[in-house]
Design a protein. Sequence first.
Length: 562
Amino acid sequence: MKDLTIFSQFAKEGKSIKLRTDGKAVIYTRVSTKEQAENNASLETQLKYCKQLATKKDLEVVEYFGGTYESAKSDERKEFQKMLNYVKRRSNIGYIIVYSYDRFSRTGANGAYISDQLKRQGIVTISATQEVDTSTSAGSFQQNLYYMFSQFDNELRRDKSVSGMQEKLRKGHWTGAYPFGYTNSNPGKGKTPNFVITKDGKLLKQAFLWKANDNMSHVEIAKRLQKKGLNISDKKLSDLFRNPFYCGLIVNSLIPGEIIEGKHPALIGRQVFLKIHNLLNAGAETRNYSRDDENLPLKTFLRSTACGTPYTGFIVKKKGLYYYKNRRKGSKENRSAKKLHQEFLELLASYQLKEKKYVAPLQELVYDTFVKMNKEGIKESERLNKEVLSLENKLDRLEERYVFEEINKAQYDKFKAKLSAEIKGKRENLSNHSFDSSNLKKSISLALKYALNLPSLWSSGDLETKRKLQYMVFPDGLGYDFKNKRVQTFRVNSIFAQIAWLSDKLEVNKNGNFQNNIENSRLVIAVGFEPTTACLEGRCSIQLSYATFFAFLKRLQIYTYL
């Protein structure tokens, strides 16, 4: 029997996602700050391009959301959640239109997750200025790259702020809230702080002396202070007694492992502080605590998920074995360093590329996406190069005219100074837009090679390398669930989060469709749309610059043995 029609009733239905095709859509617009919202220019521009995209795709816009300022650092935004609830409750809405993907979300992997969940319900998020084909795996990845770059931009802004605080701390100036017992007599943004000891600080000094000289209990000290008008708990006293700020030194989690000579006046002498410290630790086992111990690289990087207390470490000398310990008083959370390192390596392995064959297509996709996102910056770089060359030619002609006595020295000096200043200004501007495609490709390739070898790089690296890698992948450190013997993440570097997501997708896709779909799913700016014009008017979101992206890739170049 050659006619198989009769068997059609037994054919299986496909498992592909069914998109809603009723042609209805909603538009979501937002700006990040109140000032931008009051200016209203950016919102009007976003709405204009979103409406144009709806017209082009013959979509009926049934509702508008946003139209105000909402920071996209979190996806718990009022208007954003209102829009998500609206589209989920209505079965005929198939599209969410945004001006650009960073208007939808700047949370990286979480933004990609929300888009993926909406897609499973038949709802597609589309951008008026960054149109991609999300029906293919490569197209979905390109969309997620936008979310990743947006989150990465947030992280770099945060890193810039952190770098400023680190520099301030290393100069001996405290940042953040005033330590108890001090006040700043020179407040104001950008001003150098001038800490002075308060009335409460003088009472606290007396508490330090009671502890050092009489080994008085914290409860008794708290009672005495209360009689003098200072209400403070014995637990807080315990914390204050352990803070070296009071003996003139600065330690801070922003500068791990460093001890800085502070510019503030010391409340007590260092000998008094050390004497108290020895008393507080009296009776404890003799242990070899060393912050730079090669055998305990996760020390202070790990924090208890139950109480937030950092893990320290010690060695059992008789056995020659190292252990991590929750340093909270009364805690019994001790974990073998060998076992905990293995648990950490298993976590680290989940953020590496599973196969080398994915490096080339990923490198191409990241490069293409970056180039298209920074199209105007690259054009600006070319324009500045031409202007610099033109000015240099003018300077050469000026020197020739002076040599051949066509102009006098005064005229030469005047125009030489003017041209030299213009060239210097153009070159400084050019440094912010410079683009070297070969260096970018090499850097992306290097970053992806690291992603293939994360566990082995950590295992074979020295202490400095281990810690750099730890903070590169997990910027806020890690949590440890002692009860379930499990390492947990607080925040993952957005690029490695995307690699983990992609690796899982590629593991599922065994037919090579990702590789095959690359050429069919290139990132294309929608015809008829001009996001660059909006950018020139100052109305579009900040795009990731070459310098910004290249700076991250340079941060990955901390190994010399690849």
